[in-house]
Design a protein around this ligand. Structure first.
Ligand code: NAP
Length: 313
């Protein structure tokens, strides 16, 4: 029989309401018993203003899912792990690589599961793409991840603050797919970051990476795109061309569409979290965040005052 874990969700905002709450409601292995959010509540469960009050009042919960922006997740994850709870992190798993690695070590020392989730890796195209690429030599990869920030992040200030990643908040989804499907590791070699005046994070970026066979992996990220977003990955190989479209909802090989299963990113994430808790494992892959961090380390930043009016605030 499936174990049922008592779960709390922290940060009831856009992604919690759009994806987490429906996925948890459909997942028999978790019972949502409580939420913590400063300005929001969820019907039918106990609600608290923050995680510290929640942890004090709910000693029997087994697990916590953190849906807040990355800058505040570390303190919350630490509190939950110190209280002996299993923790699931939204993407990106933290505001820095070092904090995520510290959390992983604490989780292991406490015997708790830490799951750094990457929802785009659960998109339908990802597993078949990985399987097809496993036996091929990659010649080149091009990522185009472009959308209108005003459509996807209305009113969100945290995306422009340190740790908010700017256009690399969606862009890291592409990197999570690339690092999952390619048969070889990828290293960042150069980057440019276009940063609007008075903000800390880029509105556009270009990455030049190489895989360990020196195949170029280029990525173009832009938040100044038109009405229809482009979330595309093209991979040229010695055995043909693979194309991922719509962020992983569509896959074609040599121009022929591959039939994919139904889209179920967040249900798949909660299945994985359940499996990790039940088998006492963790799943913490920082590679997408490491590449983004390397871009801030190695990239050329260009500040551009003219870009300010395009921001979402
Ligand atoms: P959001 O709606 O702006 O924030 C989520 C909630 O976190 C807010 O409603 C707020 O709730 C709480 N929060 C915000 N700032 C806080 C602070 N300083 N301290 C404590 N709590 C704070 O953000 P989101 O779009 O849901 O994104 C959250 C995470 O999910 C991000 O890492 C993002 O990359 C990821 N994600 C988002 C999407 C998407 O489509 N939006 C998709 C996939 C993944 P209270 O004010 O009630 O506390």
């Amino acid at each position: 029989m499936t174990s049922v874990y008592r779960l709390a969700v922290v940060g009831i905002g856009k992604i919690a309401r759009d994806q987490h709450l429906p996925a948890i409601a459909a997942q028999l292995g978790f019972e949502l018993v409580a939420c913590a959010s400063r300005n929001a509540s969820v019907d039918g469960v106990r609600n608290y203003p923050d995680i510290d009050v929640l942890l004090a009042a709910e000693p029997d919960i087994d697990a916590v899912s953190l849906c807040v922006p990355p800058q505040v997740r570390y303190a919350q994850a630490l509190a939950a792990l110190h209280a002996g709870k299993h923790v699931m992190l939204e993407k990106p798993p933290g505001a820095s690589v070092s904090e995520v690695l510290a959390l992983r070590d604490i989780a292991r020392a406490r015997g708790c599961t830490l799951f750094a989730s990457w929802h785009s890796r659960a998109a339908s195209a990802v597993k078949p793409a990985r399987d097809w690429l496993a036996s091929r030599n990659v010649h080149s990869v091009e990522v185009r991840w472009k959308e209108d920030v005003r459509r996807w992040h209305p009113g969100q200030q945290w995306i422009w603050e340190p740790g908010g990643l700017g256009v690399l908040d969606p862009g890291i989804n592409a990197l999570s797919i690339v690092t999952r499907i390619l048969p070889r590791e990828v290293a960042l070699r150069a980057a440019t970051l276009t940063i609007p005046a008075d903000t800390a994070t880029p509105i556009a970026a270009e990455f030049d990476c190489l895989d360990t066979d020196n195949a170029p992996v280029r990525a173009f990220f832009d938040w100044r795109h038109g009405l229809v977003e482009e979330w595309a990955i093209d991979v040229e190989t010695d055995g043909g061309r693979l194309e991922i479209r719509e962020g992983g909802k569509r896959l074609s090989i040599d121009g022929k569409q591959v039939t994919l299963g139904a889209e179920r990113e967040y249900p798949a994430l909660y299945e994985r979290f359940h499996e990790l808790v039940a088998t006492k494992q963790d799943d913490v892959d920082v590679r997408p965040l490491q590449i983004v961090a390397d871009a801030f380390l190695l990239g050329k930043a260009r500040s551009d005052r003219s870009l300010r009016p395009l921001m979402s605030r």
